[in-house]
Write a protein that binds this ligand. Sequence first.
Ligand code: ZN
Length: 175
Amino acid sequence: MVLTPFHYPLAYLINKVSGNKLKLDYVTLSVFLPDIEIPILFLLGYYPYRLILHSIIGSLVFSFPTLLLLWPIYRFFILETLGIEVRLDNMYNVFIGSVIGSLSHVFLDALHHDYNPLLWPFSLQSIDAIVLFNNWRLASEILNFVFLVITLILFLDTFNKKKSLIETIRSMISS
Ligand SMILES: [Zn+2]
């Protein structure tokens, strides 16, 4: 599977395509967002661990409230630690960014996971129509490698300009 941090290129892409209207500050959190349910469902003893936020309706309905719920923690532990001051002032854009970010994660996952509950809550059946090569293991290895390399390229490119690790991370997750 594409490890959670390597979903980052999706945030970069959404930010660029939107002409920086959808800010990296919250879009970055949004592309990681669906995986927050994995430890929660695990702790609740519920299986499968990828369910509500990994569905289309779940993403549409819950990504924005989940983002708002997590935002103070994200701001305190990540953004403020890095010296980034952000206010969520355009709530319409935050809403759009959280939905697109979260859905992009769901669709990337659906390309290479063995269980894809895209139609929850109507069906728990796995929708595997877009699993690449009809082989989720192979798709998983390829996509994990591709997204790792893209994340690395984006990191090195930014590091080349910023010359400092903190400045690089700051610039990658904030716009
Ligand atoms: Zn996921």
